[in-house]
Write a protein that binds this ligand. Sequence first.
Ligand code: AHR
Length: 630
Amino acid sequence: QTLTVKVNTPQHTVQPTMWGIFFEDINFSADGGIYAELVKNRSFEFAQPLQGWKVIRDANAGKVLIVNRAPENAANPRYAHITTTGSFGLFNEGFRGMGFKKGETYNFSILAGNTTGDITIKVVLLNDKGTAIGSATVGTPGKDWKSYTASITASETVAKGGLQVFFEGKGSVDADMLSLFPANTWKQRPGGLRSDLVQLLADLHPGFVRFPGGCIVEGKDLVNRYQWKKTVGPVEDRTLIVNRWNTEFPYRAPGDYYQSYGLGFYEYFQLAEDIGAEPLPILNCGMACQFNTGEVAADEDVNNYIQDALDLIEFANAGTDTKWGKLRADMGHPRPFNLKMIGVGNEQWDSQYIVRYKMWETALKTKHPEIKLVSSVGPSPDDERFRYGWSQLKDSKADLVDEHYYMAPDWFLQNASRYDNYDRKAPHIFAGEYAAHIKDKEKDQPESRNTWGSALAEAAFMTGLERNADVVNMASYAPLLAHVDAWQWRPDLIWFDNLRSVGTPNYYVQKLFANYKGTNTVPVLEKGKALTGQDSIYASATIDAAKHQLLLKVVNVSTAVRPYKIQLEGATTTKEAAVQQLLTAADKLAINTLDEPSLVAPRQQKLTVTKNSASVTLQPSSVNVFVIPY
Ligand code: AHR
């Protein structure tokens, strides 16, 4: 059998944004995950103010009182008033423990003031058995509120350690924002992100970062929606809210899942910039989650939501002489972030959405015609309920529509040709969330993990997205991150514990497509037809016009070995070495784990191309990317 690739017939431009990432604070992705803060409930703002904390000394030695100063500090109302007669301490358990690495430095900080008497603050890092593995004296606080800091080096590697904070002496002190970060964050930024997790994202070379969700954009009700303005400025002034995923599947998040917003909109923009991706913020359009309260903002209030979007454009793009541009500069980024697109709502669909979307469209297109709008439809493709929204968006010539597919692997296989006959005049597609779900995640079956079988089906589907790159402009797997001890949803692209992280087979599929994206599609045909599942083979191809490379993806979802001849038309292969990236596993249930992270990972092998032709063997259940210089 022969695959003919018409290298000299470039078809569609592949958008630089084609393969991106979707970030939502679900599964402890932000607090307890990529946001490297180790202290849980650092400013006592959880519903239970001492959740995550324990008093560790005899109560006679002192006490802690939580004080609420809401009238003078509405954003961060609570602090701890500590009285001590000797040595009084608090223990913080971290997010399912704290991870420390031997020889690495950890930076503690605390805001303290209103001190009476003489008090010295000391901190101790503990291992999982409660033994000290590092300590430091932080300082002797005075009358004025001030930040005190100390660095501690861990003498052991431990995944589930903790932190003790002691207040020694006689007197009282007020304390807030008790915080501990590894010094070795991404780009060594104080209060920054976990470097191993950001590195995994950077290695994908994503075209965009969609943030901050997902359902958390909507909120169960409007009060608990995501409001970007509450996530910027000094961290101690950001108002914590309960995470929308706190009570969902409560066996994994027993009431302790909050959003501190230490990872806020500034940090998301910075992350996108760091990893060379376009930022794609999704904003609440004036509707809470339609599967929860379904609350909608009154028509006259929608303008406030729109104003938030206009202010966001100012925050991201405007000069430092504007209110929001100045805040960006004050936070450390005078240069604009170059925002080009905004998402209007997440998974909303009915007439209420369309009314709001049109208000947004009118306002934003008038003031910022340069910004593309991503509009939303419901969560399941092909569902009757979403037809109305779709047709309206089509009529209003929306820029991009955000389709989500959490479907069975068979759906992905059957939909590899989903866009082959798509109306080329209809809105372009942002496949904003997708993942092959094999079995019910709530029941914890092994099949609901990130299996090789799920990744293979996604790869087959992605050949269809790539082939139709003229209408499919962006795509992102979802969700992105999950803590092994604190997840609500699976499968997820990357898993982690307090020390380690692992890319799933699905991660490697994303990485292969994104790293070998190319600039233009070219036809790949068998007997004159695109390969959309005939004989269980799926294929798409692009060229990188600048590098003169053919990037051919072939997915074999059968359990048989398939010999093929690849024939390049209209090109002359050069002497440079061609390679085949092969991703395969014998077992469709194979997964990567923290202990065995590379069980399903790409292997590179040499490919011999003679006279524009190569003989290849497609392994059973395999994703193959052929990189052929021409
Ligand atoms: O990715 C998990 C959730 O799935 C998202 O929050 C939501 O948009 C979708 O329903």
